[in-house]
Design a protein around this ligand. Structure first.
Ligand SMILES: [Zn+2]
Length: 263
């Protein structure tokens, strides 16, 4: 079974060790640099073409399978985006989307504005992961608007480019989040659902690449054959669901106490 759509790969964390501020339960979301390097080679060797998220979201007729496209996305705006992903992407001649939290920019362990500018000049794209990395559903209307609008405005003002996509922290999305995002001018909201993304949908489905993702499973993600990778993704989704329940039981915290644990 080959699904229609474009695989939008979602990388949560990069590095051989988990940063001290990250919950140990998220270790499976941390990808070693060598694994990312191998996956970039696999994308090329399997004949796939890396395209921009905007192109994937707006594209019409399907490409011939031999040149089927793929989108690369990285969340959270950590320093490793510059130190690990950026040089590997440049070497591979690939562009990626970086979903960043504007409240974290310049903080220790995160991207600075000058690095963002350097990456942007080299062709990388920056999108919103909300301002503070908080759980969006359940926020008051005022706070929700602030989270969604502030991040978009800050990135746009700095880079002079439109920010078209919001990746919801922890992939927690509801109708209200989508409505407020669209009112603010976003095209769509990204969430990890495990399926290839369909053009024009209000929710862009992403596939999370895990530490345990094998080369064969990675090939199946690129080939849009979920039966070969879904069992592993489903296990990760169940783990994510348990974390969601825990997050929902705690009040949204704008001081960022939740955010270092965030995926
Ligand atoms: Zn995140």
């Amino acid at each position: 079974m080959t699904l229609r759509g474009v695989p939008v790969l979602h990388y949560d964390g990069l590095g051989t060790t988990l940063p001290a501020d990250v919950d140990a339960r998220l270790a499976s979301h941390w990808i070693a640099p060598i694994a990312l390097a191998r996956q970039l080679v696999a994308i090329r060797e399997h004949g796939h073409r890396v395209i921009r998220l905007y192109e994937a979201w707006t594209r019409g007729a399907a490409e011939p399978p031999a040149r089927s496209p793929v989108v690369l996305t990285f969340d959270d705006g950590r320093a490793a985006d510059y130190e690990v992903a950026f040089p590997l992407l440049l070497a591979a001649g690939a562009r990626a989307e970086f979903f960043i939290n504007t409240a974290r920019i310049g903080r220790r362990g995160y991207l600075s504005w000058s690095r963002i500018e350097e990456m942007h000049r080299a062709g990388m794209s920056f999108q919103s992961h909300s301002h503070d990395h908080v759980v969006l559903p359940g926020l008051s209307a005022r706070l929700l608007r602030n989270e969604i609008r502030t991040s978009k405005r800050l990135i746009e003002d700095f880079l002079g480019r439109s920010v078209d996509f919001l990746a919801a922290p922890h992939s927690l999305v509801d109708r209200r989040v989508i409505d407020v995002a669209q009112e603010a001018g976003y095209q769509a909201v990204c969430a990890s659902r495990g399926w290839p993304a369909r053009p024009g949908n209000a929710v862009v489905s992403r596939v999370t690449v895990l530490r345990e993702t094998t080369d064969a499973q990675f090939g199946a993600i690129l080939a849009r054959q979920p039966q070969a990778y879904m069992p592993a993704v489903a296990r990760a989704l169940v783990a994510r669901l348990r974390r969601r329940v825990a997050l929902r039981l705690r009040p949204p915290d704008l001081d960022g106490e939740l955010s270092p644990r965030g995926a």
